[in-house]
Design a protein around this ligand. Structure first.
Ligand SMILES: [Zn+2]
Length: 189
């Protein structure tokens, strides 16, 4: 893997850049770093490549900014991640084909695949969701709910709540633990 990263980044930045572009355009999707960190999934090659690029060529900022106008939405997404990690001043000048794009974007994180739009992806990247905090909130909501006696508001039947979902045995109404809003991206496992 490291060997391959070195191959892609060999030479000067202007020589390495076309190989980086090709790797990002051809990637199976955009690696979801926030999700992977929360789930402990290993990094995708294209993501490792991005960090190696930033380390080896700190002057790649302008290339990344130019890449936010690439025809491939996936390439634009990787360039955006790079600019976010550099806390680039160019983030204030992102083109609408990034921030307002409704083009479909595949997200990958280990065996999990998701789909979003580039515009939503850009929004989330710049307004990050804390996945660890989200999972803690889910667990808290379940703990508040499960194992306690409840009264069905419809038929006044009493029942013990199951883990995060219960059904009244009498009137079949369903009840759920407190809903915790999920990040906007849609995940398909
Ligand atoms: Zn009931």
């Amino acid at each position: 893997m490291l060997h391959k990263v070195d191959e892609v980044l060999a030479g000067r930045l202007t020589e390495a850049w076309p190989r980086v572009v090709q790797a990002w355009r051809k990637a199976p999707g955009v690696f979801d770093g926030a999700m992977a960190a929360a789930l402990g999934e290993p990094e995708a090659f294209e993501y490792t490549l991005l960090h190696a690029l930033l380390k080896r060529y700190p002057d790649c900022e302008l290339m990344l900014f130019a890449g936010t106008r690439d025809p491939s939405p996936q390439m634009r997404a990787y360039c955006l991640i790079g600019l976010v990690e550099l806390r680039s001043r160019y983030l204030k000048e992102l083109p609408p084909i990034v921030t307002k794009s409704s083009e479909k974007l595949s997200l990958v994180c280990g065996s999990i695949q998701g789909e979003t739009t580039l515009g939503d992806f850009a929004y989330e990247l710049m307004h990050p969701v804390d996945m660890k905090q989200h999972q803690e909130e889910l667990r808290r909501a379940e703990a508040e709910w499960a194992g306690k006696e409840r009264t069905c508001p419809k038929c006044r039947n009493r029942f013990i709540a199951a883990k995060n979902w219960s059904q009244c045995a009498q009137c079949r109404t369903s009840f759920f633990a407190r809903q915790v809003p999920y990040p906007r991206r849609k995940l398909v496992v």
